[in-house]
Write a protein that binds this ligand. Structure first.
Ligand code: PGA
Length: 248
C-alpha cells in the first residue's frame, strides 16, 4: 500500500517545514502504509531535510514529478533522473496527464523518461488514464492498453515500475469513477502490464480526486495498491487521513 502525494506546482519553503512537522506529529495514523511526497523539484531536497529534522526521514520517501530522458545536456529548465537520485529522491512520476497535455508528451517520451529513471536507480511511476470522451465513447480499455504498451520502460520490473491509473476527467474535479469501474480498469491494466512486468506483483495506484472521505472504499478494492494524490496531499492532515483510511 503506497500513498503518494503529487504537490504539482504548489508549495514554499515555509510549507515544507509545516508539512513535515504536522506529518511527523500524526505519523502513527498512517499505520504501515508506504508514504511518498513528490514536491516541485526545487523543494525536494528541503523536504528531505525537513523530514529528517522532524524524525521521519526513514518513514517518508521523496520523489520528483518528472525527469528528462537524457542523463545530462543542454536542456534548459529540465531535471535529469540522476539529479533526482543525487538529491535523495527515490521515485519519479512520468507521463502525468498534465505533462502529456501541457508539454505534449507522447507515450514514447514517457517510456524514455521511465527508462532514464530506472537507469538512475529510481522507481518510475508511469501514469496513464482516459479522457472523458474516451470513456463516454467506450474507448477506455483500448486507450489504457495503448498507453501501457507505449509507455512501459524496457527493463521494467514489478520492483522498479509502478503504474498509476488516473482518469484525466477525475483529476482535480471532485469526480471519481464508480468503484466497479476502478476495479475493472485496474484488472485490465494488470492484465496488459503483465506483458512487461510481473502482473501479480506490480503496484497499480489509483489517482483522481482521492480524499480522506473516499479513500477507504477505493483502497480496499481488489487490485488497487495505493493512491496518487494531488490536492489532498498538500495538507498533512488530509494526506494522513487517506493513509489511515487504507486500513493497513
Ligand atoms: P487530484 O490529482 O488528487 O488533485 O485529483 C491527482 C493527480 O493528478 O495525481
Amino acid at each position: 500500500m503506497l500513498i503518494a502525494g503529487n504537490w504539482k506546482m504548489h508549495g514554499t519553503l515555509a510549507d515544507v517545514r509545516t508539512f513535515a512537522d504536522e506529518l511527523a506529529a500524526g505519523i502513527s495514523r498512517a499505520g504501515s502504509a508506504g508514504l511518498l511526497i513528490c514536491p516541485p523539484a526545487i523543494l525536494m531536497n528541503p523536504l528531505l531535510g525537513a523530514f529528517a529534522k522532524a524524525g521521519i526521514g526513514d518513514r517518508v520517501g521523496t520523489g520528483a514529478q518528472d525527469c528528462h530522458a537524457a542523463a545530462k545536456g543542454a536542456h534548459t529548465g529540465d531535471t535529469a533522473a540522476g539529479m533526482v537520485a543525487d538529491a535523495g529522491g527515490s521515485h519519479v512520476i512520468v507521463g502525468h496527464s498534465e505533462r502529456r497535455a501541457d508539454h505534449r508528451e507522447t507515450d514514447a517520451d514517457v517510456k524514455a523518461k521511465a527508462e532514464a529513471a530506472l537507469t538512475a536507480g529510481l522507481i518510475a511511476i508511469v501514469c496513464i488514464g482516459e479522457t472523458e470522451s474516451d470513456r463516454r465513447e467506450g474507448r477506455t480499455n483500448a486507450v489504457l492498453e495503448a498507453q501501457i504498451r507505449g509507455s512501459m520502460p524496457e527493463g521494467g520490473t514489478a520492483e522498479n515500475t509502478i503504474v498509476a491509473y488516473e482518469p484525466v476527467w477525475a483529476i482535480g474535479t471532485g469526480l471519481t469513477p464508480t468503484l466497479s469501474d476502478i476495479a475493472d480498469a485496474h484488472a485490465h491494466i494488470r492484465a496488459v502490464a503483465g506483458d512487461y512486468v510481473e502482473a501479480a506483483n506490480v503496484a497499480i495506484l489509483y489517482g483522481g480526486s482521492v480524499k480522506p472521505g473516499n479513500a477507504g472504499e477505493i483502497l480496499v478494492l481488489d487490485g488497487v495498491d495505493g493512491a496518487l494524490v494531488g490536492g489532498a496531499s498538500l495538507k498533512a492532515d488530509d494526506f494522513l487521513g487517506i493513509a489511515e483510511a487504507s486500513g493497513v
